[in-house]
Structure formats: structure tokens, C-alpha cells
Design a binder for this molecule. Sequence first.
Ligand code: EPU
Length: 339
Amino acid sequence: MVNIEYNKSITEYTTFGVPVSSNYFFAFSSVQELKSVLANNLVKDEKKLILGGGSNMLFTKNFDGIVLKNEINGIEIISENNAEVILKVGAGENWHDFVIYCVEKGWGGIENLSLIPGSVGASPMQNIGAYGVEIKDVFVELEAFNLETKKIEIFDNTTCKFGYRESIFKNSHKDKYIITSVTYKLSKNPVFNTSYGAIENQLNEMGISELSVKAISDAVIAIRSSKLPDPKEIGNAGSFFKNPIITKEKFEKLQAKFSNIANYPQADGTVKIAAGWLIDQLGWKGKTYDGYGVHKNQALVLVNYSKSNGKDIYDLSTNILNSVKEKYNIELEREVNIY
Ligand code: EPU
């Protein structure tokens, strides 16, 4: 028996927390359950949306179809030696809980990615990253269910086509696969990544002189908590926009006009610009409307203080895009998926 729910509110399953419901809803905890629901006549031809931690989505209207919530759990050690451990993790596991599980064992590689909201299955989807580390650095492979063939396929680092907040699952394979598990390789003798200035400062502030997986995780948690709103308290989806990457020529022209523009030169000669800086300069930071607005400490983050309408938040993002385009001639892209 497949227990499909009707006309279900999915507000609580998303970190933005805007009021939204879907025609049908089903939470699956195994590939077998997923297969059963997909074979069910009632919903077979419905539009499908896969929900993990719901941390990177904004609904501007109700979802006309079936929401499938991935609750495949479990952490399995595939192999282990003195140097490393390979873990296969159910896509429905909470990302931060998994990070803490590894931190407590002293396994290194994802400590810089502490406190990122969302699920394990979403981590390769957009190649999550923070403080100098991206998921692709520890990624081995993933299993994904092909919605057309109904078979599991394996994707490795190359076939996932990872880029900055990008993978094949956000592009050509969007909505065609359901990630069911992700396999990571972590290190027992980790090389710590403290290249991101804020981490060094935070470690000093906390009086930590001996680096450890735990110390870095604690530092990242402290930084994130001070700058980014906790979705349990204030609805949000992390960075709403991506940091744009522009040519060196365009950057030099901009820098001549705006000498302190926050930027990160890339290995291929292009330059990544801090979208948060651009938006902040335009005066958006902290702007509050009727229950929603731009976060007071980080202009890249849009926030929902009180069950605001997703469409209003979307329209705010359009106004921000337009103003950045007008002043800096840069077209920002949304990082958050809009439905
Ligand atoms: N800045 C401002 N004003 C702001 C925000 C930022 O001037 O309101 C400036 C900062 O002073 C700094 C620069 O912009 O010079 C970069 O800011 P920050 O270090 O806060 O990082 P970010 O580029 O805004 C990115 C990720 C975050 C990640 C941090 C740390 C993207 C889109 N965002 O933000 O990821 O935590 O770096 O690595 O790449 C997320 O994806 O949800 C997310 C939070």
C-alpha cells in the first residue's frame, strides 16, 4: 500500500517557509518504495518534484503535481584503512548531521562545510561549497534513479560535471534523476584548509592554536552563525544569488570605476565578483518589506520573517538583479531553484 497524501502543505519541508502546498505528497525511504509510488496509476502522469532538505528552493505558487520527499537514510562504511575511509550515505540524511558524525570521528574533508542546510542528496546536486572547500573534493560517486528507465545509474566525479554551484543534475539531467546515495572519501590524516581568511581570524579569536577537524568545524559554525540566518528562526535559502564570474577585461573596467570591488581572480584568468558586495553597495542590505527582505548581515541572503508570499520574495530578487545590471552591467544569476 502506497500512502499518498493529498493537498498537502509542504511549507515545513522547505527552509524558506513560504506558504505552499502540493496536489500529492509521498515520502519514500527506499528505492523499492520509490518504484511503487512511480507505478501508482493515480500519480503516474503527474509532474514530479523531488524534495531533499528543501534548502535551495523558493515556491512562487502551489505545486501542481506530486512532491516526492527523499528519506533514504543510513551511513555505511564501504572501506577503511589507516589513511582514509569511504562512506556511502543515504541521500535523505541531513547534511550537517553527517558532517558532525565525521567530525566526531576525526575524519577530515568536510569540516569546512559544517552547518550548510539541506540533505546529503543535495550536496552533489549543486556542488555545495564554503570556506575554500567544495563537495567535489571528497566525492567518489553517487547512485541515481533514472525516472525514465527506472534503473539505478552510477555517476563519478567526471560524469557529474561539477562546476561552481553546478552539476549535471542542475542542467541536462534536471528532474530526470533522483539521487539515492552519495559516496565520499574522507581522510584520517587531513590537510586542513584555512586559506579562507575568516577561518584564521575565528580560530585566533577562539584561542585555538592546534588545528583539528573539530576546531575548524567549530570555527565555521561560529562564522556561519554570526553572518547567516538560522532557517529554524528566519526562513531563507542561503545565498540567493551566485557570485558572477566575468572576464578580466570587464573586471579591469569596473575596478577603474569602483576601486574596492570585492573580487577573487580565478585560475583560468576570469574574475569572480562577490555578489554580496555589489548588492550591499546598492543599499539593499537589511531592507525589510512586509515580512520579508534582505538579511541585515549578508546581502546575498533573502529572508522570510513571517510566512511571506514566495512571489513577493521572487519579485524582490528581480528588483535586485535589475539594479545590479543597471549600475555594474553584471547579470546576476539566482542560485536558488524557483518553482
Ligand atoms: N560582502 C559585502 N556585503 C555583504 C556580503 C558580502 O560587502 O553583504 C563582501 C564581503 O566583505 C567579502 C565578500 O563580499 O569581501 C565575500 O563575502 P563572504 O565571504 O560572506 O562570501 P560570499 O561570496 O558572499 C560565498 C558563498 C557562501 C559561503 C561563503 C563562504 C556563494 C554564492 N556563496 O558567499 O555560500 O558560505 O562564500 O565560503 O558562493 C550558500 O551557497 O548558500 C552560501 C552561504
